[in-house]
Design a protein around this ligand. Structure first.
Ligand SMILES: Cc1cc2nc3c(=O)[nH]c(=O)nc-3n(C[C@H](O)[C@H](O)[C@H](O)COP(=O)(O)OP(=O)(O)OC[C@H]3O[C@@H](n4cnc5c(N)ncnc54)[C@H](O)[C@@H]3O)c2cc1C
Length: 269
């Protein structure tokens, strides 16, 4: 079992990983591909010490090299959720599970708000992972709202196992509502109702409130104390996911603090 799993390979996650590794802990980063980090698009960052006028891409690649040089394992993928198992945590990525003794959430800011009905029907027709839940809908009609890079291939997977797929990319519809009774019965997309048994919402990020039960979240930000402890024992958070200002220097500082707190927690365990 890994000592510390870090969700998110941006500035906060990288800083946390390097600190925890230096403290002798086994560390794993689970993150979307580095190109999917929004900072990748920045042409020039001028306020981060030591990297004058660097592009987002070059900063992220420098961080990535440091991680590789430190021998820190990176799992590329979208973490779907974490379960508290009473003394340890289990993080799911697609159909894989990774266990750890402490968890650091550094997944940046989640821009999208959830759709009406999404939270109500989560697990009752709404899913965030086609490869995990697709088999439940074999031979049935499902909708896929494809907002991330893997969405088309996940929709293809659903077709390959016998689902009838209604696919919505960013251009086909903008407004969605999920309706049903005990389980999902229809998706309303820009005012048109589609009868479906399931709705797969494929984003590159997961709302913090859906990620881990018991996590205190206010206005989309994870609440922490000054040592970056969250409301769940053994879980720490750092960077944009904890609030403004959204800045690299703040994320790096908080990542460092979160890792030190996680190490202290493990040392006392
Ligand atoms: C265009 C642009 C320009 C910017 N310019 C500046 C600047 O000049 N100076 C400055 O200080 N700041 C700047 N920022 C802000 C800065 O990028 C952020 O404050 C910083 O990247 C936050 O770091 P973080 O590690 O908290 O989150 P992020 O850098 O957002 O990293 C989080 C990572 O986690 C991944 N992730 C999210 N959810 C999951 C999941 N469920 N499973 C797996 N991985 C997941 C994301 O894809 C991402 O790669 C800019 C941001 C943008 C978008």
């Amino acid at each position: 079992m890994t000592d510390i799993i870090i969700i998110g390979g941006g500035p906060a996650g990288v800083s946390a990983a390097l600190t925890a590794k230096n403290r002798g802990k086994s560390v794993k980063i689970i993150s979307n591909s580095v190109e999917q980090n929004n900072l990748w698009k920045s042409k020039s960052v001028e306020n981060y010490p030591g990297m004058s006028n660097a592009s987002g891409e070059s900063i992220l690649m420098t961080f990535r090299k440091q991680i590789e040089d430190a021998g820190i394992e990176v799992v590329t993928g979208r973490a779907l959720n974490a379960l508290s198992m009473g003394g340890y945590f289990s993080v799911s990525v697609g159909q894989d599970y990774f266990d750890c003794k402490a968890l650091i959430l550094a997944f940046g800011i989640v821009q999208q708000s959830t759709y009406p009905g999404e939270q109500d029907f989560l697990g009752r027709g709404v899913s965030y992972c086609a490869t995990c839940d697709g088999m439940l809908y074999r031979g049935r009609k499902v909708a896929v709202i494809g907002l991330n890079e893997e969405a088309e291939s996940e929709a293809e997977f659903l077709r390959s196992i016998g689902c009838e797929v209604e696919y919505f990319d960013k251009n086909r519809a903008k407004k969605f509502e999920i309706k049903g009774r005990d389980t999902v019965t229809e998706l309303v997309a820009d005012g048109t109702a589609y009868p479906v048994d399931g709705v797969f919402i494929l984003r590159s990020t997961i709302a913090p409130s859906s990620f881990l039960a018991g996590l205190e979240v206010v206005n989309g930000h994870i609440i922490t104390d000054s040592d970056m402890r969250t409301s769940v024992t053994g879980v720490y958070a750092a960077g944009d996911c904890t609030g403004r200002p959204y800045q690299i220097a703040r994320a790096v500082g908080q990542g460092n603090t979160a890792a030190l707190s996680a190490c202290e927690y493990l040392d006392k365990k």
